[in-house]
Design a protein around this ligand. Structure first.
Ligand code: FDA
Length: 405
């Protein structure tokens, strides 16, 4: 048990715990549940007025709470093997078993993505019930002013007074969506205790375009199309959405985590068809059709018009050389776009980078150089793809720390 040595000496009213968890998000609540189940005296502190706010808004209000295919390959990290251990010891099936034990109805939407049938709030309620059953104390609206450590453990100075603990679990997330209370606080604690950082960056974020390109694409704002989007060797095939600021949609959000400023992305429109063959066959069958008409059989009309006009292919197919059709098909299967930037933390679903995994034990999430200090969830340099992978990391890393803290 931790002793509140400083507080006892000075006669202050010190609250003593075995485990203090900073952050009542997905990772923090899971860690608290597991530690509480082990008989540890646990308190979770959060500056927000409600727990699990990101869970509440996730997955369009239905929380894409895991992905049944989640494995290390679905995560970005300077050490791609780091997540393996925690992910293997707390799997999507483990979380699903918990969801089912609470009678929460769920469904698979696509690509292994599991969602609540009714509301993301069901997941928060489930976690709160589990915390209560594990004897965890939850304190909301509490600010953490300072953290220090000494022989007896950690001292946490809060707006509710001094608290001491043997184990301190940092689960305060990344910098994404500052409007919702994201602070980057975990990075400050990591720096204070001498841990290295991997530069944080917005991830799963819409990409912006320069004014000329925006003007060119403006008539297509709101248009979505199935496409494969590539950056180097990495590619994702889902929808791309043209917006008033640039490009969004699942394919773009996925690739944004790999993209770097100044790089191009390559968009393959209509990845499942050989467009050159389709256009030439249409020319043979009915040469009076316009290119745009054929494209519009496979694409939203405004996009079909855009490509036809951009290539000045406005005459009937019969009057259009095969070479020109080949060039159009080539361009549409390798449409190079150089984003100007991203929408940044304001809309990013996650923060890439964070506490360098080199300083953490992959089995327990404990800092190798500071006994009793743990980092879990989004603040760690492990970032999942879109599709339930980030919550699975939060559950798995939270579970790993909770079993040890
Ligand atoms: P999280 O950010 O959830 O929790 C951190 C907690 O710490 C918060 O409660 C915060 O208030 C608190 N905190 C921060 N600073 C503090 C301080 N200084 N003092 C005290 N408390 C502090 N993922 C997924 O898998 N499926 C999905 O459907 C979605 N959908 C989605 C939608 C949107 C709009 C966003 C922004 C994100 C998603 N995500 C997602 C990503 C997912 O929400 C994210 O990866 C997890 O919430 C991370 O969990 P953590 O517990 O690590 O941090």
């Amino acid at each position: 048990m931790a002793e509140g040595a400083d507080g006892e000496e000075s006669g202050c009213d010190v609250q003593t715990f075995d485990v203090i968890v900073l952050g009542a998000g997905a990772a923090g609540m899971m860690a608290a549940i597991r530690a509480g189940r082990r008989g540890r005296r646990v308190v979770v502190l959060d500056h927000a007025r409600a727990p699990g706010e990101k869970i509440r808004i996730s997955g369009g209000g239905r929380c894409n709470f895991t992905n049944i295919h989640a494995g290390p390959k679905n995560y970005l990290s300077a050490n791609p093997h780091f997540a393996r251990s925690a992910l293997a010891r707390y799997t999507p099936q483990d979380f699903l078993a918990l969801v089912e034990a609470h009678g929460i109805a769920w469904h698979e939407k696509t690509l292994g993505q599991l969602f609540c049938d009714t509301s993301a709030k069901d997941i928060i309620t489930m976690l709160l019930k589990e915390m209560k059953a594990s004897g965890v104390v939850l304190k909301l609206g509490v600010t953490v002013d300072a953290v220090s450590n000494g022989a007896g453990g950690f001292v946490v100075e809060t707006s509710e007074g001094r608290m001491t603990t043997e184990s301190l679990v940092v689960a305060t997330g990344g910098k994404s969506i500052p409007k919702m209370g994201a602070t980057g606080f975990a990075y400050r604690i990591a720096a204070q205790f001498g841990l290295e950082m991997v530069e944080p960056r917005p991830g799963l974020v819409p990409l912006t375009l320069d004014p000329a390109m925006l003007e060119e694409l403006a008539p297509m704002a709101g248009v979505a199309v199935d496409a494969e989007v590539r950056h180097g060797k990495t590619g994702f095939r889902e929808a791309v959405l043209v917006t008033h600021r640039g490009l969004s949609g699942p394919s773009i959000l996925q690739i944004s985590s790999y993209w770097r400023e100044g790089d191009e992305i390559a968009v393959r429109v209509l990845p499942e068809i050989d467009l050159a063959d389709v256009l030439k066959a249409a020319k043979r069958d009915n040469g009076r059709q316009a290119v745009q008409t054929v494209l519009a059989q496979h694409l939203p009309k405004r996009l079909a018009q855009y490509f036809a006009e951009k290539h000045r292919l406005e005459r009937p197919l019969a009057d259009t050389a095969d070479k020109a059709l080949d060039a159009l098909a080539r361009q549409m299967s390798d449409w190079r776009i150089k984003p100007a930037g991203s929408e940044g933390y304001r809309t990013a679903e996650v923060t890439l980078g964070g506490v360098d995994t080199a300083g953490l034990d992959q089995k327990t999430m404990a800092a190798k150089s500071v006994p009793g200090l743990y980092f879990i969830g989004e603040c760690v340099d492990v970032t999942g793809w879109l599709g339930g992978y980030n919550f699975q990391w939060a559950w798995a890393s939270g579970h790993a720390a909770g079993e040890n803290a």
